[in-house]
Ligand binder design. Structure first.
Ligand code: AHN
Ligand code: ZN
Length: 328
């Protein structure tokens, strides 16, 4: 039925496309060459909606673990995912931070098409750092975490909204995972990413597996560039190539240049370490920055709504939506 529909649409396209002309336009030639690529089935990722989801999270205040803003935002995220028809799983736990603070944390997973055996995992961290310690001014106060925290979550919320609005668009199960406690670290790798470490060692649902995963971190800043991060290349090279190829194909090559980035500690490292899931990190890379990787807003008070750009959210959101919805 689905194939017949495609064949029918294909014939219609040929008939309508070149009535009395033998010179085929390039875009339609591409369709002739690859008639099975389901480009038309991918809905438009709404960047205004994603932007509003960033602003909404920021409006709670910094989402620092053990604060009221963190709890309230967590409750909001759970209720939004439920409203979009997802099967929501909350994993609550405590973890000891580098400074001895016991943090009350919550990983939130929203499952779509929960019965499907072939699954794709999309993730982001929803907590924000307890201090803007790279900022010369007020380095012990937390920032808004508009990019570092809210942006990846906002893209996943918009993807959830699209999945509800386009039932049947997915051929696979899709799990949206919000990790907690990513940003409460200091120096050593294991002091970061407390939520993904806990989940990797205590999988829920138990025995969980996915074909692969994609992590989103700092995906909303103006003029962002995403480099191919080293751990992603090493352990999820095919996923990296699929993402970058897709981005180029649908018009976002500016945001996804074919450049390698060094390895960093992020949630994908622990997903790779503790589970059987290979995961690629889409994370902004600025080789000109003083630390050689992170943007100038990173862990500073300038990480607020002023640096968020709908065009970046669109480039990432549309690319990831295209990747997951073209999986068979
Ligand atoms: C490092 O600072 C090396 N890793 C932490 C990665 C990170 C922080 N992502 C967002 N905030
Ligand atoms: Zn951070």
């Amino acid at each position: 039925m689905k194939n017949n529909m495609k064949m029918w649409a294909f014939g219609l396209l040929l008939a309508a496309g070149f009535p009395a002309c033998d010179k085929k336009p390039t875009s339609e030639t591409a369709t002739v060459d690859q008639p099975t690529v389901a480009t038309v089935n991918v809905p438009a990722f709404n960047a205004d909606s994603a932007y509003a989801f960033v602003a909404k999270q920021v409006s709670f205040g910094p989402r620092v673990p053990n604060t009221a803003a963190h709890r309230a935002c967590g409750d909001y995220l759970v209720s939004k995912f439920k409203g979009y028809g997802a099967n929501v799983i909350e994993q609550t736990f405590t973890a000891k931070a580098y400074d001895g603070t016991v943090l009350s944390l919550r990983n939130i997973m929203a499952q779509f098409n929960p019965k499907a055996s072939k699954r794709i995992l999309l993730a982001a961290h929803w907590d924000t750092r307890h201090m803007a310690d790279k900022d010369p001014k007020n380095p012990t106060k937390p920032n808004d975490g508009a990019n570092d925290g809210a942006s990846g979550v906002a893209v996943l919320l918009e993807i959830a909204r699209q999945l509800q609005s386009n039932p049947g668009s997915q051929n696979v199960g899709i799990d949206l995972m919000l990790f907690d406690g990513e940003d409460y670290g200091q120096d050593a790798a294991e002091t970061w990413c407390l939520g993904s470490q806990h989940w990797g060692k205590n999988l829920v649902p138990s025995g969980y597996n996915a074909q692969y995963g994609i992590l989103l971190d700092m995906v909303g800043a103006k003029n962002a560039r995403f480099g191919k991060e080293e751990t992603s290349r090493t352990y999820a090279g095919d996923v990296v190539e699929k993402i970058w190829r897709t981005a180029h194909k649908i018009g976002y090559s500016d945001y996804f240049p074919m450049i390698d980035a060094p390895g960093i500690t992020d949630d994908h490292v622990f997903v790779i370490q503790y589970t059987n899931i290979r995961m690629a990190d889409i994370i902004a890379y600025d080789p000109t920055s003083p630390d050689g990787f992170f943007g100038e807003y990173h862990h500073r008070h300038t990480d607020n709504m002023d640096i968020i750009d709908r065009n970046t959210l669109k480039a990432v959101g549309q690319t990831v939506l295209h990747v997951v919805l073209t999986e068979q």
